[in-house]
Design a protein around this ligand. Sequence first.
Ligand code: NDP
Ligand code: GDR
Length: 363
Amino acid sequence: MSKKIALITGITGQDGAYLAEFLLAKGYEIHGIKRRASLFNTDRIDHLYEDPHQTDRRMILHYGDLTDATNLIRVLQQVQPDEVYNLAAQSHVQVSFETPEYTADVDALGAMRILEGIRLLGLENKTRFYQASTSELYGKVQETPQTEKTPFYPRSPYACAKLYAYWITVNYREAYNIYACNGILFNHESPIRGETFVTRKITRALSRIYLGLQECLYIGNLDALRDWGHARDYVEMQWLMLQQEAPDDFVIATGEQHSVREFISQAAKELGLAIQWKGEGVNERGLNMANGKTIVAVDPSYFRPTEVQTLLGDPTKANEKLGWSPKTSFSELVHEMVKVDLEEAKRDELVQRAGFRVNNRNE
Ligand code: NDP
Ligand code: GDR
């Protein structure tokens, strides 16, 4: 049997990198869409990189953008993929309040452009489509825990855009018989999570505080509750969803919930730091119990105009129909993230001691 071909949008992101690794190990030929940037932007997949001058490559990158329909159609036509994983997005909820139009263009219309490309090229019976849907769709939650049947109530421009993408995926499945699925994924993290999402921000900052490279972690809503899993476990599900007899939509979650405050305390524990919480609301602080210094402080600039206060997924359907269950526990996830960020911080400390500048961004 000839090898399967997958096209991954968002291959340079967290999930794209894990999925690329996963599909290569399965013997796929993979194609990824990367954006033109003024610097190299392929850090997360550089270990998979194959020299473009080499013949017989199994990983090929194409320049492109989800806002550019002609580009997407040309790439689809050239690649003729068996599977498309649409992971590309302006994926930051808070940033979406500042860039609502762009977020809608990429996250909502981007999905439609790919589906329409599949249709225009007559690939409806060949190409299977995965849409990276999100627990943010539940927003102001109507039911706990959330299942595939829980009503949506988006609370950000990001979630509103993803709502369109969710329904256009369902619509193209029903209208044109395309094998198209939504994975409604709850938050998933890893050592290669973007540095401005809360988990990575915490593990990175606390590691740097531990080594004296940073004084304080400035944080937003400490009470937000999330169902955090590991990205490595979740990409397996993205693939599994495209291997079934019929397309369907699935919630992917751990079924366990923790607050941002708990995440901080757990990460601090990993570093041997004990945190004492003092004060309330915007005045709440986390003190290092060893020396009484404030190492965590609330900064209201991280509050969102409309917040998603609580999310908890029920992955029963994925478990029963796909035999999937998450492998990594909350404490293992935090452990792995802290371990890698501590190594990075140690490297930065050496570089700084040798008189060179390091990236001290703290946002
Ligand atoms: P990342 O932010 O790490 O990656 C996003 C990817 O999309 C990057 O490769 C980025 O490229 C690319 N991208 C952004 N804008 C465009 C554009 N206009 N055209 C083409 N590519 C673009 O996200 P994750 O890997 O964490 O998430 C993957 C997908 O899953 C996203 O759609 C996200 O919304 C969704 N999701 C994520 C969850 C999570 O907890 N991680 C949970 C539920 C859904 P570049 O590297 O150049 O910036
Ligand atoms: P989220 O992830 O918005 O759930 O979207 P994020 O890590 O940004 O926020 C989680 C919760 O933590 C609170 N929070 C902070 N968040 C950030 N980024 N920075 C802070 O300083 C901070 N302090 C508190 C937030 O208010 C929020 O309640 C992620 C993205 O990956 C989406 O693309 C994806 O769809 C969803 O997860 C599921």
